[in-house]
Design a protein around this ligand. Structure first.
Ligand SMILES: NC(=O)c1ccc[n+]([C@@H]2O[C@H](COP(=O)([O-])OP(=O)(O)OC[C@H]3O[C@@H](n4cnc5c(N)ncnc54)[C@H](OP(=O)(O)O)[C@@H]3O)[C@@H](O)[C@H]2O)c1
Length: 419
């Protein structure tokens, strides 16, 4: 049985490719059902930084290409071209990769907390759809445990940034003092709430919140003493704002070129900064062509996130030491999990032989007392256990498929004694 991950992330693909692979939280159950067409068990981890497919392959099902086929269908570009953007890891590399991802080491914003919740969410959805089997569950639970440990035992997440906070800081880099700027936030999910909180912390007093669900906009605006607005009545707000941060989980553009051209005609050349951190993007890329609009997307935030990474370089080493230890622990579990079926098949075969021989011998012997039968039983058990001790220990420390196969052949074990 082999672990495999196939993925696309912010280091391998630009936003215009990544957004095609992205699976929104709402669509995850449908995407998992789709993945099940390729493989019986799998977990999809999709965030603004990455979409990754974790699978396990057994000898019975050849699912090497499941993740690739899923991404290929989702992104809709030829497999040869897709290969330029994706990565695949197998076995121990998968464990290392996921432990680093959930620890925030592979995030665009180093040490961000959001990935912990996103990994939990991915596991929970896969479990609900019956797609998370024992090895995948164990892999994700250990990764989440490692992510927590890294954050509590290192300074990687001290004063942690997030994509949302980086977006606000990016705006401050462009506009200078934000306190007199008017901000419009589109989206009131996790990302939108964080943008709003950070904007308030940075001294912004004029914040408008827009959301598909009016009630959510009102709730968040209430906390900030901002103004709520529905998506249908955005036009006036688009004219007023100095800066717009878009972070709605919509699968389509919320701000298109024609609408924004119209807005700009009413702004009398007042410039407008738009930072679109949504994935898929909320703003049509051609909006950047409109005079007076400065449009940025999530990939443009690298400048600030790189600085954050440099400041935490030392903590990365510390985190990597913890990850190494945790990988060892997982590997021990994995080894035992791999050999468990063959060990149990070996033990039951030996027990079957012992019992047959034991009963045959009993029939040939004169009537024994219960005590004599018990001591004969204990003696034969002990012989079998002593003979099997070394092969079992060998299996537990050498779990390669060749060795498992050899033991199965030597002892004529059931063909399907695999995990
Ligand atoms: N979470 C993060 O750390 C993070 C960081 C960077 C970027 N992002 C990006 O930000 C976006 C939102 O992420 P999130 O974590 O905040 O998600 P979330 O907590 O699930 O919230 C999703 C938000 O998007 C809105 N929405 C969903 N479908 C919509 C549609 N068809 N039209 C208009 N609005 C819609 C929801 O409105 P309702 O309230 O009406 O459902 C809600 O406000 C995603 O594109 C994500 O990739 C997230």
């Amino acid at each position: 049985m082999k672990l495999r991950v196939t993925g696309i992330n912010h280091q391998t693909a630009p936003v215009k490719i990544r957004e095609k692979a992205a699976v929104s939280p709402e669509k995850l159950p449908v995407a998992l059902a789709n993945l099940q067409n390729y493989v019986p068990h799998g977990i999809i981890l999709s965030t603004c930084n990455r979409t990754e497919i974790y699978t396990v392959e057994s000898d019975a099902a050849d699912v090497k290409k499941a993740g690739l086929s899923f991404l290929h269908e989702k992104v809709g570009i030829h497999e040869d071209n897709l290969n330029n953007y994706i990565y695949q890891f197998k076995e121990k590399k998968v464990v290392e990769h996921l432990f680093r991802v959930v620890s925030g080491l592979e995030s665009m914003v180093l040490g961000e907390y959001e990935i912990l919740g996103q990994a939990r969410f991915a596991l929970e959805k896969a479990e609900n759809c019956g797609m998370a089997n024992l090895p995948l569950r164990q892999l994700f639970n250990c990764a989440i445990g490692t992510g927590r440990k890294v954050r509590s035992e290192t300074g990687i997440s001290r004063n942690a940034l997030s994509v949302s906070s980086v977006a606000v800081d990016f705006a401050a880099d462009i506009l200078g003092d934000l306190s007199n700027c008017k901000m419009l936030i589109i989206g009131t999910g996790q990302a939108g709430k964080l943008v709003a909180r950070i904007a308030e912390e940075r001294g912004m007093r004029d914040i408008t919140i827009a959301s598909r669900t009016q009630e959510r906009a009102s709730q968040l605006a209430g906390i900030l003493q901002g103004r709520p607005v529905s998506l249908e009545h955005l036009h006036d707000e688009l004219q007023r704002a100095d800066i717009i941060i878009t972070c709605a989980g919509a699968p389509h553009w919320l701000l298109g070129k024609t609408a924004m051209q119209n807005v700009m005609q009413h702004r009398h050349k007042t410039p407008l900064v738009i930072i679109d951190i949504a994935l898929p993007r909320n703003v049509e890329p051609e909006v950047a062509e409109i005079a007076g609009i400065h449009l940025y997307n999530i990939d443009d935030l690298n400048r600030i996130s790189d600085k954050n990474r440099q400041q935490r370089e030392f903590e990365i080493l510390h985190a990597e030491n913890i990850i190494r230890r945790e990988i060892e622990e997982f590997s021990t579990w994995w080894q035992q999990f791999q050999v468990r079926p063959v060990v149990s098949a070996l033990m039951s075969r030996a027990e079957q032989i012992r019992l047959n021989q034991f009963n045959r011998t009993l029939k040939k012997l004169p009537q024994l007392t219960d005590e004599q039968v018990e001591s004969l039983d204990a003696m034969t058990r002990s012989i079998v256990n002593k003979i099997l001790k070394d092969p079992v220990q060998y299996l537990k420390t050498n779990e390669s498929s060749d060795q498992i196969k050899a033991v199965k052949e030597i002892f004529k074990l059931e063909a399907d004694s695999r995990p």
